[in-house]
Ligand binder design. Structure first.
Ligand SMILES: Nc1nc2c(ncn2[C@@H]2O[C@H](COP(=O)(O)OP(=O)(O)OP(=O)(O)O)[C@@H](O)[C@H]2O)c(=O)[nH]1
Ligand SMILES: [Mg+2]
Length: 458
């Protein structure tokens, strides 16, 4: 055990951002928290402090030899195991003056606290069972979130719905394993503790749930800081003209000839402080030869990897094209995670101006509305789809795949009347991989890797 994993010492760190600020927070946690503070912290209400049994806030002063004037402080104190780390925990809220905070830290170290390492408070929360590993990563995600979307994902992961589902599943596997192993002792008597049908259906259901989780996360293994928006539609729908208008450049060639765009083009679309990666694609049509099939393939890849597809449908389509557009749209929608339909070339039909999302890349009509609709669609995307942070997803992809594989093998074994021992091996395997995801099974190395990304004081 390295010192990092020992929870006996009382650790201290600055928990507020470095530098001057209106308030500074010093965090202290460990069994000696109260002893270290006693004499240093002089509470206004001594009796209440001495009897502290429940988490409360105390005002008072800090008094120590080097400091001639008592320093006013508010102390939030969690006695017992009610705090974040499940150990006594105190937060000293002071004026955010760097030399003052520094002096308080030095005094606490002198009184027996040890300087905390990066992420050590959260590590203690993890080691005490307060958080699982996915949630610990989510703490980092909350701290590092670059926009509201990432924050939402991190908060959802912190709330732990996915992890509690995985923990419950793992508990069910442990039960199954116990039943199987108990059965092994009674093979002679032909006693079964869990029927094959029951086992098969439970395991199959788990494999399915994990696969859904895996699929949902598939596009998000890498956390993508800038959402990717793909313009798609029939040839000549005005995609490239819109692309040029949104990016404020004339990168894409446009022409009245259908089939102008062949490659996938990419440029940045900025709306206020928001940035998107915008892709222009070839129009949807049937592949006729090597070139067109390559064009369609590139387009399909773009659809799959999009965060949002904007389907461009001209207002002036004839009846036949209207049908073609609908068919192509449905096909594309099946590949895309989310789709927004816009009516293009709105200037050709001024009377249709009341339609919800009608735009004209020529005149600029409705472009603002489109930007707002895109923002909204992506916000709801965050709420319904993103369950995992990119960092967690990347760490867990392998474990999730191996757990699914083991469960599928267990189903096959159950179908083919394979032996109990073999079933037990697969179930144990799945259990271990789920354990890696939530952190029930971990190595010091892994913890080091995860927690060293934290800042000190968290
Ligand atoms: N009146 C009008 N014409 C437009 C508008 N947008 C595009 N067009 C015209 O429609 C034709 C096709 O435009 P493109 O932007 O090349 O269409 P595209 O969807 O990229 O076409 P492909 O690349 O062939 O799939 C061009 O002649 C454009 O000038 C618009 O908002 N209003
Ligand atoms: Mg084009």
């Amino acid at each position: 055990m390295t010192a990092m994993f020992s929870v006996d010492e009382t650790i201290v760190a600055l928990a507020s951002p470095a530098g001057a600020g209106p308030r500074g927070i010093v965090r202290l946690s460990g069994s000696a928290t109260r002893e270290i503070l006693s004499g240093f912290f002089q509470p206004a209400d001594e009796a209440r402090w001495n009897e502290a049994r429940i988490p409360q806030r105390y005002s008072g002063h800090l008094v120590w030899a080097e400091c001639r004037i008592p320093v006013s402080v508010d102390v939030q104190f969690w006695p017992g195991s009610r705090g974040y780390t499940r150990q006594p925990l105190a937060e000293l809220h002071l004026t955010g003056s760097p030399p003052l905070l520094e002096a308080v830290l030095v005094e606490l170290l002198r009184r027996g606290a040890r300087a905390a390492r990066p992420g050590e408070f959260t590590l203690r929360a993890f080691l005490s069972g307060q958080l699982d590993l996915m949630q610990a990563e989510a703490v980092l995600g909350v701290i590092d979130a670059r926009d509201p979307r990432e924050l939402q994902t991190a908060l959802r992961q912190l709330a732990g719905r996915v992890s509690s589902e995985l923990v419950a599943m793992r508990a069910d596997l442990i039960d199954l394993l116990a039943d199987l192993e108990a059965g092994l002792d009674f093979v002679e008597e032909d006693i079964e503790f869990v029927s094959r049908d029951n086992l098969r259906s439970r395991v199959a259901r788990m494999a399915e749930t994990l696969q859904t989780l895996r699929d949902r996360a598939a596009g998000h293994w890498q956390s993508r800081p800038i959402p990717r928006i793909v313009l798609a539609g029939l040839p000549n729908a005005g995609k490239s003209t819109l692309f040029n208008r949104l990016c404020g450049q004339s990168t894409a060639i446009t022409s009245p000839e259908p089939g102008t765009t062949r490659d996938v083009l990419s440029a940045e679309w900025c709306v206020g402080s928001r940035r998107y990666e915008l892709l222009d694609t070839a129009g949807e049509e049937d592949a006729r030869d090597v070139l067109t099939s390559r064009m369609q393939q590139l387009r399909d890849e773009a659809l799959v990897e999009a965060d949002l597809v904007v389907w461009c449908r001209p207002v002036d389509l004839g009846e036949e094209d209207d049908h073609r557009d609908e068919q192509a749209r449905v096909t594309a929608e099946a590949k895309a995670p989310r789709m927004l339909i816009v009516l293009t070339k709105g200037d050709l039909h001024p009377e249709s101006g009341s339609q919800p999302l009608i735009i004209s890349a020529e005149s600029g009509l409705g472009v603002d509305k489109l930007a707002r609709a895109v923002e909204q669609a992506l916000a709801s995307d965050a709420i319904s789809e993103r369950q995992w942070l990119g960092s967690t997803a990347a760490r867990c992809a392998g474990s999730l795949d191996r757990a699914i594989l083991a469960l599928r093998q267990a189903v096959t074994l159950a179908d083919s009347h394979g032996g109990e021992e073999l079933l037990a091996v697969e179930i144990r395997e799945a259990m271990d991989h789920l354990g890696e995801i939530v952190g029930a099974v971990y190595t010091d190395d892994l913890l080091d890797r995860i927690f060293s990304k934290f800042c000190i004081g968290k």
